[in-house]
Design a protein around this ligand. Sequence first.
Ligand code: BGC
Length: 834
Amino acid sequence: MDPVDVEKVLSELTLSEKVALTAGLDFWHTVPVPRLGIPSLRMSDGPNGIRGTKSFNSIPAACFPCATGLGATWDAELLTKVGKLMGEEAKAKGAHIILGPTINIQRSPLGGRGFESYSEDGVLSGTLAGHYCLGVKEEKVVATLKHFVCNDQEHDRLGVNSIVTQRALREIYLLPFQIALKMSSPGAIMTAYNKVNGIHVSEDKFILNDILRKEWGWKGLVMSDWYGTYSTSTAINAGQDLEMPGETKWRGYALEHAVSTHKVAPHVLDERVQNVLELVNLAAKSGVPENAPEKGLDRPEDRALLRRTASESIVLLKNEGSILPFDKSKPIAVIGPNSKISTYCGGGSAFLVPYYAVSPFEGVSAASSSEVRFAQGSYGHKELPVLGPLLKSPDGKPGYIFRTYNEPPSAENREAIDERHLLSSNTLLMDYINPKIKSETFYVDMEGTFTPEDSGIYDFSVTVVGSGKLYIDGELVVDNSKNQKRGTAFFSSGTVEVFGSKELKAGQTYKVLFQFGSTPTGDVPGREGSVFGPGAYRFAGCRRVALQDSIAQAVELASKTEQVVIFAGLNSDWESEGYDRENMDLPPGTDELISKVLAANPKAAVVIQSGTPVTMPWADEAQALVQAWYGGNETGNGIADVLFGDVNPSGKLPLTFPVRLQDNPSYLNYRSENGRVLYGEDVYVGYRFYEKTEKPVLFPFGHGLSYTTFTRSDLQLTTSKDNTVSLSLTVTNTGTRAGAEVVQVYVLPAPTNSINRPPRELKAFKKVVLQPGESKSVALDLDKKVATSFWNEIRDAWASEEGTYEVLVTGTGGKEDVLKAKFEVEKTAYWKGL
Ligand code: BGC
């Protein structure tokens, strides 16, 4: 792709070409204008990996830990490496633009997409996002900061009005964008779906023009979130350059008309088009050709980086009596719902098909040199697990045969017009294109065989956009074809999950047939508005377990084995897009399993996988407790590295884990009520609230243990003429293992400040690796003005007020060795900008 001469091209484009350039071509591409050498750009989702353009039968990709896991590394340099590999993965998928990072704020532990953003703190989130973008930039690929701004819940996400003070908007929600932009100036920003203070962000001149472009001086492209454009002139006039995806709903003829009726001035349209053309030139630098074929990389060095990132993300929450690390030469019992599945990723648009995904059981088995025992205990799924990978096609391979027909199953002598071998039975068909399909109504038969390992009653389920019937050996077990009810599946476009069951015998082979009909064959209310075109399907199933018997087996195993680890948590059903979690609890049965296993063997280690906090009523009983997030391809290996001590844990919580849901600051105001949500906690989000109210938490922000010990000493503080406060200190590894320490620098408000402020706020951090006994000098700089400012609503500016400010330096172990120093701001100053 060659760059274009923006000025020249702009003067040669016709009105309809200009208008066409302001909207997408299809789901993932921009519109080309070949006559003027303007290519089509490709975009792909990217908070934790680059899925590519295909939802149907997609090409596998590298999957990094979810963003809260990346946030827990507190490792800016690592994030640059992550961003660089994301850039390379984007190139492999022929993508010029990555739709990430996500840098919204976890107001509540319940946010369906909380796992997609780094932290409840803007400095941590913005700094990590900035470094991620720098890595992406090394590959000359374009990163997109999203979702700008206050898209902090899923409930009613397209319409909800986030009512937020200007102060909280600046200090909490805009801050990560401000920092990441300053640090890395990425090429694109995606507007949020929601309103802020009464106006949809995609139509908000104040946010898009006055703040982003004028005050921050940003020159990149503003694109909509998918189907997040709601008007023609208003969005264009506010500064939203690109409507995504295509085909356009709001531009095209409507925009041409708006220009000819002076609703949109020609120069305003030119500004939008200019930003699209500048993006083309930025993307052209990547060297990625137009419409490139998609492939995977999966190189050994990438696997190593993914494994390092997975293990660095893990947070050791408790380790009383040094139960961890385990001894590889002793038998180990692996228990729990997350053991044998790889819970590698959250749900929604962040979800992708990984090159491979290592389960915790596989990771532990690969690392252990002794016997690895197993008990299921309880299940952790919300929807039944997908059946596809458990089936076999006639050639004996895992998966099933997918055959498409124009006629319904009742038609005689119908002929298949497509035949494929597929693995996953959780599939969006929006990009399933087959020229032989004659109309919107078509049918697919999916067939495979299932040979259960255990006898018993099996539950099966079907969820669709369209219609679906599941047969086992010719018997209709689940019918989801009529009287459909709308549920939350498929971004809330699908039906509820419909169930059936059948008794099966171990070792016997059953024929499974799933008959699917495309969208028009369903009768779910509102299907006409579905964005999924042909439809979507999910068929699933597993053996019904008698919970008490299964827990009893786990307890029995735990009482007989010295080393025990329980793997439990959430998964991509619980944490996904389009809905929030209903409560903060682990799936039904999990708490009982953990409590009973701990009672039988108090030294059992508990490993929780979730993207956001969960309640842990058994936390006092657990002596060893680990937070392992969704770890990407290397989930199981990363966890095993920490459990057996091949990696010394260094992760720190990027968000507070409250004791109970009711304790969190957004508790009274978290969902859309009559179309609005009040950000009533103001700037007191996360640790700012718990510290101000001295409310006990389960685990605080910044907490995380190590297998070694550290001390901090000799804090020196100097202020230079350019108002930089330079800190230096010595960090020593006082233990017997190599390990990494995260130096956390907080600034306290001056006692003389004119307004109420959080007791302390994170302003800088640095990770250092230390050999046993080693000391290192660590230097960090604070911009005095930035580190002391709050948003003054009367001045409509940041205010750095004169006074004495205290600096606290903490690290592993929290309250011990907190170093303190003070500096002065001599004169109050107000400022704006980046
Ligand atoms: C999400 C975006 C995503 C887009 C494309 C939307 O539903 O909110 O984050 O980039 O879909 O998948």
